[in-house]
Design a protein. Structure first.
Length: 218
């Protein structure tokens, strides 16, 4: 997995008012922390950060942090994004530095590939239980996603963590955890059809009774 470059700048002021001014200037307040460093306040360009997130498209966010005066950019994992619940504007970002040469355990996105015949015919549907699986790996070797091929699956088949493979590192989640299964989609259709038929039969019975009463009245 290639690391995404992200430029960060030191931030000397903190607090709500300072953060508002930072965001008004098109920057996002952030903190950078790690095992062997004290927490420092930084800021990053809001537009560049948004572009980076779009480029990642749901994949694990690990950045190479470009800092002025630093020749060996640190590598950091995106730990948290705080957003405005109404506007979805990014309010604050937490970055955790990853020591070089040290494996990191992060959730890697599950990507479904292939076409299941039962799903294609409408008999079944994919029920996804895990959208990420934890992988322990060196940051630069981290896979972009974990592909799960459903082309050979049939109705009611299941995929567990033990069935998933990674191109680098090792999967550390419980092997018995369910990743996905192919569930029957026609059950609900049949129930709806039976309910509709029942309503039609009730309507026909009611009409027949009404007709009988009319004849009796004559």
């Amino acid at each position: 997995m290639s690391l995404v470059n992200l430029t960060i700048h030191p931030r000397s002021t903190t607090g709500k008012n300072a953060n508002r001014r930072t965001r008004a200037a098109g920057r996002v307040p952030a903190v950078l922390y790690g095992k062997d460093r004290s927490t420092v306040s930084v800021e990053l360009d809001a537009h560049s950060f948004g572009v980076a997130l779009t480029h990642l498209a749901g994949r694990t966010a690990i950045f190479s942090l470009e800092m002025e005066g630093v020749e060996d950019p640190p590598i950091a994992l995106l730990r948290e994004i705080q957003r405005n619940p109404v506007t979805d504007q990014v309010l604050h970002v937490d970055l955790m530095e990853i020591p070089r040469g040290v494996p990191v355990t992060v959730g890697v996105a599950v990507e479904i590939v292939g076409t299941c015949p039962a799903v294609k015919s409408g008999e079944g549907s994919v029920s996804l239980h895990l959208d990420t699986i934890d992988v322990s790996c060196l940051p630069r070797d981290l896979p972009e996603c974990l592909e799960v091929d459903i082309s050979g699956l049939e109705l009611n088949d299941k995929i567990y963590v033990r069935d998933v493979t990674t191109t680098a590192g090792e999967i550390v989640d419980d092997p018995e955890m369910l990743v996905l299964n192919i569930k029957a989609a026609s059950v609900f259709v049949e129930e709806e059809e039976e309910a509709a038929e029942g309503e039609e039969q009730e309507g026909e019975t009611g009409e027949a009774e009404d007709a009988g009463e009319d004849k009796g009245g004559d």
